[in-house]
Design a protein around this ligand. Structure first.
Ligand code: C2E
Ligand code: CA
Ligand code: CA
Length: 737
């Protein structure tokens, strides 16, 4: 409560912004005031001349003293105010020179004026006259000295002094106005004129400028008391009854006027303060928004938008030796899992700082998650990277975290297919279009791509985007940009690889494997496009197309009067996120009127890791719908046994890696044997992939692995080849799945 009252009365400190706001308002007001006063004083000077025709210039000059002094102070305030307004946002030392010179000229002028005043009257002047004349001059000198001091201080520290001295100048200006008002009105009263000058000046100084309430109180009280003190004896000395009546009435009027003015001053102050607060909040909100637009909230680094702008400017101004870096925190996901989200954020902040300090003066941004972008030079690059890695790896000794860095040297020879993605300034767009500046987003994308190539290589931490990488990168971009085209133009083909019974080697089923035969790139194998399509979440486009082709082929075979060969389809985990896979499958078998037993669904073991149950229910739905469910690549990951426990598969496809050391290592035979037994115990059939020799096939038959697939029996091939091989007896069908 007390604090509130103190605040209302202006005893508490205002915020920096509020002070600045009030000060600015005062400076603006004092500009208007000084203009009005200058006009008024010029008018007074002219009037003085008009009323006293025939005097010499020096005689006029002598009579002008008071007016000239007020005029000087108004000119100085005007100079100060205008200078402050014009150069508010561009405070530069040179700017104060005109103000300094004007101040000095007026100071000298007024000293001369005062000297002349004394010189002319020296014979008949008493102490009272001298005091009267000095009053203005003292105030004016204080104003000028304050002004000069301000300018000097400003000259030394341009940023600091505006607020304090602006206020100080206003005080002195107000005091000069009030002093002038009092003195003029007292002189008017003694000539039985009205006291309007005092009233005007009081309103001027107290209400137009904004003061803290207690300052208003002091200013008003002091000027009223001062005026009353000089005015009362004059009125008392006037013997007319009219003067006595005025004296009596004015005592009350004075008091009322003083109170009314004080109230007005306080309310103006409160109103302005409220405006200042509102304005401050708006400015704060604006600056937060502005910050958010260019800054990464978590780390305080630039965001990519800002990074791109900075990078483009640097590339235009000093492109020599520049290199873009993409930095990825390796194993950050596990760090997050182990220590939690909060600690993860702290870790990212610290890492951001390390990177920022590791590349002083270079643009550094957080691209997303645990990815950072840097534009630096190639000088000492290795050392700089070693240095930041060392700091990051030593942050947490009990968990492996490291940095992987991909780099891209902006070099237009690598590729002509620069894509324009962002649109900052017109000039850079033209330059980019002319191939001179590469879009930083694309540069970072390339560095990121290079970084991705060493993702799972524990011994590699730095990878440069070179020509070979560039080719891969463009192939990737081509894949992403052309998958729709490839699907609609029939570049996607299905190849079928036979699966045989291990005892008779007769055909049991086929696996459908995708191929992309492209007019530009030629033959693309799944290893080229499947991971890319998965990364860009486009795999559903391919899979839907393959499944449809397979169903159409089966229908085709049936229509030709042949027995349909069951086909296994590969399903990506993402298919379940990107579409309602069970419904798509159901619709296809209905559309082509195929028995579901002819379709097997293969899902790789690694797809099932970290499943929260959604996948499990989709797989159960497929199984319940009547599709045979096959677990692909068993043994290739870490979660093999858990998967067997949690899911219900019909066939276990044993990964081909177990056959890779078949000849040299007897252990793989033991393992294969165990897996086959395990599958049998769990009620599953087993199939081994990658069979390339007769020995392998014999061994697998002996241990009871019922189905075999591999180059020994046939590579993936077009449907026509399979059909003709059936026709020519290469593949015999005795019993199918
Ligand atoms: P996968 O499902 O494990 O397919 C078996 C892969 O092993 C095929 O490679 C096949 O050509 C190859 N292979 C078969 N027998 C042998 C052999 O005796 N020796 C050797 N060295 N390799 C053999 P491909 O066709 O390149 O497919 C690679 C992977 O791409 C597939 O592995 C599968 O995961 C994925 N894929 C292929 N087609 C599709 C598809 O239509 N959709 C999805 N989602 N994935 C597919
Ligand atoms: Ca497969
Ligand atoms: Ca496989």
């Amino acid at each position: 409560m007390i604090k509130r009252i103190c605040r209302q009365l202006g005893f508490l400190r205002n915020s920096k912004y509020e002070t600045q706001y009030l000060n600015d308002t005062n400076i603006r007001t004092s500009i208007y005031m000084s203009v009005v006063i200058i006009a008024l004083e010029i008018w007074m000077l002219i009037r003085y001349v008009d009323k006293r025709p025939g005097l010499t210039f020096m005689e006029y000059f002598d009579g002008w003293t008071n007016y000239l002094i007020l005029l000087s102070s108004a000119v100085i305030i005007l100079c100060f105010g205008i200078r402050h307004k014009i150069h508010e946002h561009d405070l530069h030392r040179k700017r104060c020179i005109p103000g300094l010179v004007t101040g000095l000229i007026f100071f000298i002028l007024d000293i001369l004026l005062f000297a002349r005043f004394i010189h002319v009257r020296k014979d008949k002047m008493n102490f009272g006259d001298l005091l009267d004349a000095s009053k203005y001059l003292l105030l004016l000198s204080a104003l000028i000295l304050a002004y000069l001091a301000f300018e000097l201080l400003f000259y030394k520290k341009p940023q600091r002094s505006a607020a304090i001295y602006g206020q100080f100048l206003n005080v002195i200006f107000a005091v000069i106005c009030l002093g002038f008002g009092c003195e003029t009105s007292i002189s008017d009263v003694s000539k039985e004129r009205q006291i309007l000058c005092f009233v005007t000046m009081v309103i001027y100084a107290a209400c137009l400028l904004i003061w803290k309430p207690y300052v208003s109180f002091i200013i008003l009280s002091a000027s009223f008391l001062y005026f009353y003190h000089d005015w009362e004896p004059i009125m008392k000395a006037n013997e007319s009854p009219y003067a006595q009546k005025i004296l009596e009435a004015n005592q009350i009027n004075f008091f009322t006027f003083w109170i009314a003015l004080l109230m007005v001053c306080i309310s103006i102050y409160q109103q302005r303060l409220m405006e200042a607060k509102k304005d401050e909040n708006l400015t704060k909100a604006h600056s937060i928004m502005k910050k958010l637009a260019v800054e990464d909230e978590l780390t305080g680094l630039s965001n990519m938008h800002q990074f791109a702008q900075d990078a483009e400017l640097i590339m235009l101004e000093s492109p020599a030796n520049r290199i873009y870096l993409f930095i990825n925190v390796d194993n950050f996901k596990n760090f997050n899992d182990k220590y939690g989200y909060q600690a993860g954020n702290e870790f990212l902040k610290t890492t951001a700082n390390i990177i920022k300090n590791g590349f002083p003066g270079d643009p550094v941004a957080r691209q997303s998650d645990d990815h950072f972008a840097v534009l630096t030079t190639t000088d000492n690059l290795e050392e700089k990277i070693r240095n930041i890695r060392k700091q990051v790896t030593s942050l947490h000794q009990d968990i492996y975290v490291d940095l992987k860095v991909g780099s891209y040297i902006p070099n237009m020879n690598l590729s002509e297919s620069t894509v324009l993605t962002s649109t900052p300034s017109g000039s850079t767009i033209e330059l980019r279009a002319a191939g001179k500046v590469i879009d930083p987003h694309i540069a970072i994308d390339r560095a990121r791509f290079a970084c991705g190539l060493i993702k799972n290589k524990f011994d590699k931490h730095y990878m440069e985007y070179d020509e070979k990488v560039d080719k891969d990168f463009h192939k990737r971009q081509y894949i992403v940009n052309n998958i729709d085209n490839a699907v609609s133009n029939g570049y996607i083909k299905v190849y079928y690889q036979p699966v045989v019974w291990s005892d008779t080697h007769t055909l049991c089923s086929c696996e459908a494997l995708a191929r992309w035969i492209d007019p530009e790139y030629g033959f693309l194998s799944p290893g080229d496009f499947i991971p890319v399509l998965e990364e860009y979440r486009l795999i559903d486009k391919l899979d839907k197309c393959i499944w449809e082709m397979v169903c159409r082929d089966i229908r085709h075979i049936m229509d030709a009067g042949l027995k349909p060969i069951p086909v296994s389809l590969n399903i990506s985990r993402l298919d379940f996120e990107l579409m309602d896979t069970p419904s798509v499958m159901e619709n296809l078998v209905q559309k082509y009127n195929i028995d579901k037993k002819n379709i097997h669904v293969e899902i790789t073991e690694s797809a099932l890791a970290n499943d929260m149950g959604e996948l499990q229910s989709s797989l159960s739905r497929l199984k319940n719908d009547g599709f045979s469910m096959w677990l692909d690549d068993f043994g290739s990951g870490y979660s093999s046994l858990n998967v067997l426990k949690d899911y219900n598969f019909d066939v276990l496809k044993i990964d081909m890696k177990f056959l890779s050391s078949f000849e040299k290592n007897d252990k793989s035979k033991v393992i294969l044997n165990t897996i086959v037994e395990l599958a049998t115990h769990l009620g599953m059939f087993s199939l081994t992939e990658g069979v390339e020799t007769g020995d392998e096939a014999d061994f697998l038959n002996q241990i009871g692995c019922g189905r075999l697939q591999g180059y020994y029996f046939g590579k993936p091939m077009p449907l026509e080849d399979i059909i003709s091989k059936i026709k020519d007896g290469t593949y015999v069908i005795k019993r199918l799945e």
